[in-house]
Write a protein that binds this ligand. Structure first.
Ligand SMILES: [Zn+2]
Length: 445
C-alpha cells in the first residue's frame, strides 16, 4: 500500500461544514501533512504524526505554504476567454457587440481547441480545478472542452448552449436539432471519466418556451445531469424577458413553467430577485451562482448575499469570464467581499472560500468527490503561498509580530491582495499539472 503513497508537507486547510453562522467548520493544521494514494486523499494530520506512520514514502516539502482543495468556479464562459476586458457596455449590448461575434468562431474545431487549451491552462494557473462552463451552440465547442479537460483528467461540467432565437444566424439551433445534439453529447460525455453534462439553455431571451421545455425533458431523461442558465442579471434583460414570454408573474416563473427549476439547476447572477423568487429558488434547492467581477464590470447590480443566506438559498461563486474580469477565484472572492461591504455585510473570508470549495461541491452534490480533504476524496488540490509580493510579505510580518497570522487573516489577505501569483502548484488527481508561474504550462507526466 505505502509504496503508492506520497506525502505533502505544509499547512493543511479544508472545510468540513458551512462557516455561515457556525464555528468549527474547518480543519487547519499549521504544520500539517497530506497523504495521497492513487489520486485520492488518504489522510491528513500533523506532520509529525503522519510522518511516523508513513516513514518511508516519498515526500514533497511545501513548508510555509497552504495545501487546500482546488477552487471551483461555478459559472464561466470558455467561449469568452478572448473577449475579457472589452470596454463599456451593459449586458444586452455586450452580448450583441462582443460575445456573439466571438462565439461565431466556435464552429471551427481548430479555434475551439485553441481556446479550450488556453482556458484550461488559465484555470490551472489560478488554482481552479473544477468549473461549470458555457461553451457555444456548436457541438464541436463542447467536444473541444471535454476532450481538453479529459486529456489531463480534469473534472468539468459543461454542455451545448441552446439558443433558438434572438441571436445571429450561425449561433442559433432549433428545438429538434438542439435536442438531438445535446442528447448525442450527453451519451458520449456524461460520466465519461470525470466529465459531467449540464443542459444549457443560455437564458429566456435566446430560447423559446418550446426549447426550454425540451431542455427540462432532456434533464428528466438524464436526471443526474445539471441545468445551467442565467437569471435576473440586468434590469433591461428582465423587461425584455417578460415582454417575450407574456403571462408570467416574474422572470423565475418563465423557468418554472418550462420545468427548469430543479435541485440541480445553476442560476447565474440572480441580482434583481423579489423575495418570492428567492424563496422559490431556495425551496427548489436550486443553486445561485454569484459572479461579482462580472456584475461590477457590466454595471448589472449588487447581489445581496445576506438576503440569500437568510432565505437559505444555496449560493456559490463564479468568475463569469469574459464579462468577469479575472480567472482568479481569489479576485472573485475579493470583489464579492466589497459588494457585501457596500450592502452592510462584512462577509468573512471563510464564507467566500467555502463558497468556492466545499460549498460548491455540496451544491453540486459532489461533496463525496471534490471540495475537501476527507479520506477518499479525489486529490484535486492547490499549493498556496500566502505571501509572494513585497506587500504581502510585509503584511505577513506585521501580522506575525502581532501574533495574528491566523488562517482567517491569511485567507482574507489572499482574497483582497492575491491572484495567480499566489498559486504555487495545482494538482489534479494527485498529479502536479503546472509550474504555475509561467503563462503556458508544461503538463507533467
Ligand atoms: Zn454567464
Amino acid at each position: 500500500m505505502q509504496e503508492k503513497c506520497h506525502l505533502y508537507k505544509g499547512a493543511v486547510f479544508y472545510f468540513t461544514d458551512s462557516p455561515v453562522n457556525r464555528k468549527d467548520s474547518y480543519v487547519y493544521i499549521p504544520n500539517g501533512a497530506l497523504v495521497i494514494t492513487e489520486g485520492k486523499i488518504l489522510e491528513t494530520g500533523s506532520y509529525d504524526a503522519v510522518k511516523s506512520k508513513y516513514m518511508s514514502i516519498p515526500e514533497t516539502d511545501y513548508s510555509g505554504k497552504i495545501l487546500m482543495p482546488g477552487l471551483i468556479d461555478a459559472h464561466i464562459h470558455y467561449s469568452q476567454t478572448e473577449i475579457i476586458g472589452m470596454y463599456g457596455k451593459q449586458l444586452l449590448d455586450w452580448l450583441n457587440d462582443y460575445t456573439f461575434p466571438a462565439e461565431m468562431n466556435f464552429n471551427s474545431p481548430e479555434h475551439a481547441f485553441r481556446i479550450a487549451d488556453t482556458f484550461i491552462h488559465e484555470l490551472l494557473r489560478n488554482g481552479t480545478t473544477t468549473c461549470v462552463a458555457y461553451p457555444t451552440v456548436h457541438p464541436v465547442s463542447v467536444e473541444a472542452l471535454f476532450q481538453t479537460a479529459s486529456s489531463i483528467n480534469m473534472r468539468i461540467i459543461t454542455g451545448k448552449v441552446l439558443m433558438d432565437k434572438n441571436a445571429p444566424d450561425g449561433l442559433t439551433d432549433n428545438v429538434v436539432e438542439g435536442e438531438k445534439e445535446s442528447r448525442q453529447l450527453i451519451e458520449k460525455w456524461h460520466k465519461n471519466g470525470r466529465n459531467l453534462y449540464a443542459v444549457t439553455p443560455r437564458f429566456a431571451i435566446t430560447s423559446s418556451m418550446e426549447q426550454m421545455q425540451m431542455a427540462a425533458h432532456l434533464h428528466k431523461a438524464y436526471p443526474d445531469t445539471y441545468i445551467q442558465t442565467h437569471l435576473s442579471e440586468n434590469l433591461n434583460e428582465i423587461t425584455s424577458t417578460l415582454n417575450l414570454h407574456k403571462g408570467h408573474s416574474d422572470y423565475l416563473n418563465v423557468y418554472e413553467k418550462a420545468g427548469l427549476l430543479t435541485d440541480r439547476t445553476l442560476l447565474g447572477h440572480c441580482i434583481h430577485l423579489s423575495e418570492s423568487e428567492l424563496k422559490r429558488i431556495s425551496n427548489a434547492g436550486a443553486i445561485i451562482a454569484h459572479c461579482p467581477t462580472s456584475n461590477l464590470f457590466l454595471g448589472s447590480g449588487l447581489f445581496d448575499m445576506q438576503k440569500a443566506n437568510a432565505a437559505e438559498a444555496q449560493t456559490v461563486l463564479g468568475s463569469d469570464v469574459g464579462a468577469g474580469t479575472s480567472f482568479s477565484m481569489f479576485k472573485t472572492m475579493g470583489e464579492s467581499y466589497k459588494i457585501m461591504q457596500t450592502l452592510g455585510y462584512p462577509m468573512s473570508a471563510l464564507e467566500t472560500f467555502y463558497k468556492s470549495t466545499l460549498g460548491t461541491a455540496k451544491a453540486l452534490k459532489l461533496e463525496d468527490k471534490i471540495g475537501s480533504f476527507r479520506t477518499g476524496s479525489e486529490a484535486d488540490f492547490i499549493v498556496v503561498d500566502p505571501a509572494v509580493t513585497p506587500t504581502q510579505q510585509l503584511r505577513k510580518e506585521y501580522l506575525m509580530r502581532a501574533n495574528k497570522w491566523t488562517i482567517e487573516n491569511q485567507l482574507f489577505g489572499l482574497q483582497i491582495t492575491g491572484d495567480d501569483r499566489n498559486i504555487s502548484a495545482t494538482y489534479i488527481l494527485g498529479v502536479k499539472k503546472s509550474d504555475t508561474r509561467s503563462s503556458h504550462l508544461a503538463l507533467e507526466k
